[in-house]
Design a protein around this ligand. Structure first.
Ligand code: KG4
Ligand code: ZN
Length: 341
């Protein structure tokens, strides 16, 4: 089954063509200009999606050597995300599906991150523990089988990627902050300073990252950072901050893996591109764990992962007709609704 997938939930306009669960093309256009504002400006993001969506879709079809008449299914991110940005992709995808009279599948973006490690011939094994670390979400999920999820924990405040972005801003590094901190941390000393991480008492698998951002802020004030900043100092702060965040993600994931006796751990979302995070988790391989990270191109936002979920949802559905009706009734949702997991 040839499907077309569209992703416009934040600042990436992406289109992909899949043949069943195999990716034929995955085109991503990132709106880099938001860095000048220090973060994504929602209205500007929506307008840029409008400018790009047709061009990116045509590029994806061309790269896959597929024409519109061969498409049998359209999947599009419907939640969560920036509402205006979501609406651009959703209306484009729905209109296309209606005009071609083919099924349309709305896809949850976070769910797509969770399964992004199934792209590119990675081993598919259940149960696995999924850690989703993106700019908007931090979730620890026990996946017993396809779409059989138990949420073990989530962030009670900032997401991991959000903490990277906010700390990068405090250090004057730019946006998005994750890759910049990651790069600088490689030349820094992770034991330079111990930034504390809050312990969430109610649920041992919940995360909290807003306190560490505040402790970086107070530390910068205390050392009079603006007057004494140097490349070395910035690198050391990046390494120390990153080390604390990675440790928290690692510790909680490992203790959940032990508690639920799961040996397969899958890490996904933008922050999964982080080198320190990867090497910390990969150290578990020696202890008999199977560790999965997204293949290049599938960690940050992309339409291929949306297409994979669209295809699975359609294939596993006993009522395929509803995906024609969905075309007419489905609307975008800005917030993540855990219920649908
Ligand atoms: O999954 P994603 O592309 O978008 C959301 O769904 O939110 O994740 C974007 C987030 C940003 O916060 C960005 O700073 C972070 O992923 N990120 C990283 C790295 N690359 C991207 N964080 C840490 N290290 C990286 N190498
Ligand atoms: Zn994402």
């Amino acid at each position: 089954m040839i499907s077309l997938a569209i992703e416009t939930s934040c600042d990436e306009t992406s289109a992909a063509v899949l043949n069943d669960d195999k990716v034929m093309s995955n085109i991503i256009s990132s709106q880099l200009f938001h860095s000048r504002y220090g973060g994504v400006v929602p209205e500007v993001a929506s307008r840029e999606h409008l400018n790009k969506i047709i061009e990116i879709t045509e590029e994806a079809l061309e790269k896959a050597s597929v024409n519109l008449s061969q498409i049998e299914l359209v999947s599009t991110t419907s939640e969560p995300g920036l509402i205006g940005a979501l609406l651009v992709g959703l209306n484009f995808g729905k209109s296309l599906a209606m005009s071609l009279d083919i099924p349309f599948v709305p896809v949850n973006h976070v769910q797509a991150h969770l399964y992004s490690n199934f792209l590119g011939d990675q081993k598919k094994q259940f149960p696995f523990l999924g850690l989703i670390v993106s700019g908007g979400h931090t979730l620890l999920i026990l996946v017993e089988d396809f779409f059989n999820h138990k949420i073990l924990g989530s962030t009670i405040d900032d997401a991991a990627g959000e903490a990277f972005d906010k700390v990068a801003k405090l250090l004057g590094l730019g946006y998005p902050g994750g890759p910049l901190i990651d790069q600088r941390a490689r030349d820094g000393d992770k034991s330079f300073h111990k930034f504390p991480l809050a312990n969430v008492k109610e649920n041992e698998f919940d995360f909290s990252f807003s306190g560490i951002k505040t402790s970086v802020l107070y530390f910068l004030k205390k050392i009079n950072f603006e007057n004494y900043k140097s490349e070395k100092l910035i690198n050391d702060i990046c390494a120390s901050f990153q080390n604390a965040v990675v440790q928290s993600l690692f510790d909680k994931t490992l203790s959940a893996a032990k508690k639920y006796q799961v040996k397969d751990v899958s890490i996904s979302g933008g922050v999964s591109a982080n080198k320190m995070l990867q090497s910390r988790f990969n150290s578990l391989i020696r202890q008999g764990y199977n560790i999965y990270f997204p293949k290049p191109g599938y960690s940050t936002d992309n339409a291929a992962m949306i297409g994979l979920i669209g295809y699975y949802k359609y294939r596993f559905s006993e009522d395929k007709e509803k995906y024609f009706l969905e075309t007419l009734k489905h609307n975008a949702k800005a917030k993540l609704d855990y219920g649908i997991f």
